[in-house]
Design a protein around this ligand. Structure first.
Ligand SMILES: NC(=O)c1ccc[n+]([C@@H]2O[C@H](COP(=O)([O-])OP(=O)(O)OC[C@H]3O[C@@H](n4cnc5c(N)ncnc54)[C@H](OP(=O)(O)O)[C@@H]3O)[C@@H](O)[C@H]2O)c1
Length: 338
């Protein structure tokens, strides 16, 4: 077993980076960390990667670098997504030498609409996030003779209690269900929703570092694959988690939302209702559009590492969100009116 002596984890304060750091340290890897903001951990370095020169203490080469920096928003303008997801990667690569074990974290959705990462065309991807993450994978291939690339689906919290260090992206959805921003679930009921626990990712990255750098490019795809939750089961789990928490806290339950297929929504409901919606309602509906593609995936991801069952992970993550976002979780949705 190879134990890297000098490991750098970027994106230390993020959902994934924080869990990876805990796991690496628990496994005995001396780990230095980076983010734009400070945190109270030891060996943490503040660095706006891609915008500033690296602090002297971070000059490489490192034995191992785990690159967790990203901006996971789907709706950034293309140039901003490129700056957020490519420039920090270039900065991380500049700290690596030929013997560095470089681990790049990516997304299962990076294959976009065509099923692979080869196309540089924006049209081959659902959004600027996928497009820039695909460009990031291509950059890792171009710049390094060897590297690990680890793809995974939507990230939920710890297996024990659902805890996450940061709530972003997906957690817009339970918030929107509580405040009434979502009038219907625009989804294929037979669609698959693959999610993963931070613990699964952290354990896999630790295992990769323990086993040493690969001789070439090694791709891991983590998830449940064809055993992922169906969309209906996924939303039932979220609703149950919210309503169990609301019952325990004396708040009226949420009603299940009706399902509408993306085609019905985009061709009929939206064009018809758009003329009657006010500015705020329109903003909410447009924000929701960014997620539609992900609720309509009927072809499972081909995983290389199948993680254990995730229904409980989703349940506890949503409950934990409610506990830590009490005023949002207590909201009572108001019916939509034009
Ligand atoms: N979350 C998901 O559902 C999901 C799903 C699939 C794949 N992934 C992938 O998992 C990886 C980690 O994502 P995440 O969810 O942990 O993201 P996150 O929670 O948004 O965290 C991003 C981290 O990167 C740091 N950061 C961002 N820009 C930086 C910059 N220019 N210089 C230095 N630090 C910077 C942030 O810290 P500061 O804000 O303090 O700088 C934060 O620590 C990414 O590769 C992402 O694409 C995430």
């Amino acid at each position: 077993m190879t134990v890297p002596t000098r490991t750098l984890v970027t994106g230390a304060t993020g959902v994934v980076g924080s869990a990876v750091i805990r796991a690496l340290r628990a496994a005995g890897h001396p780990t230095h960390t980076v983010s734009r903001g400070s945190n109270d951990g030891t060996d943490h370095h503040v660095w706006h990667m891609g915008a500033e020169e690296p602090p002297a203490a971070l000059r490489g080469p490192w034995d191992a670098i785990v690159h967790c920096v990203a901006d996971t928003r789907f709706n950034l303008p293309d140039t901003e997504a490129e700056d957020a997801n490519i420039l920090p990667l270039r900065a991380a690569l500049s700290l690596a030498g030929p013997d560095t074990h470089f681990v790049h974290l990516s997304s299962s959705f990076v294959t976009g609409l065509e099923g692979d990462i080869t196309s540089p065309s924006r049209d081959a991807y659902r959004n600027s996030y996928e497009w820039s993450k695909a460009a990031a994978e291509r950059l890792v291939h171009a710049e390094r003779d060897n590297a690990d690339i680890v793809r995974f689906p939507i990230v939920m919290g710890a297996r024990a209690d659902g805890n996450l260090d940061r709530y972003s992206g997906f957690f817009w959805l339970p918030a929107a269900m509580c405040n009434g921003a979502v009038p219907a679930l625009v989804a294929e009921e037979k669609g698959l929703m693959d999610v993963i626990s931070t613990d699964d990712i952290a354990a896999h990255v630790t295992q990769l570092l323990n086993s040493g750098a690969p001789s070439g490019h090694r791709l891991s795809i983590l998830g449940r694959g064809d055993a992922a939750q169906r969309v209906t089961d996924f939303f039932d789990t979220i609703l149950k988690a919210l309503n169990d928490w609301r019952a325990e806290n004396g708040v009226a339950p949420l009603d299940p939302l009706p399902y509408v297929t993306p085609e019905q929504w985009n061709r009929f409901y939206l064009p018809f209702s758009e003329q009657y919606l006010d500015r705020v309602q329109l903003l909410k509906v447009t924000a929701f559009r960014a997620y539609q593609g992900y609720l309509s995936v009927t072809h499972p991801f081909d995983v290389t590492v199948r993680v254990p069952e995730t229904r409980d992970v989703l349940y506890w993550s949503v409950r934990r969100w409610a506990e830590t976002h009490e005023s949002s979780a207590r909201r009572v949705p108001r019916p939509w009116r034009a």
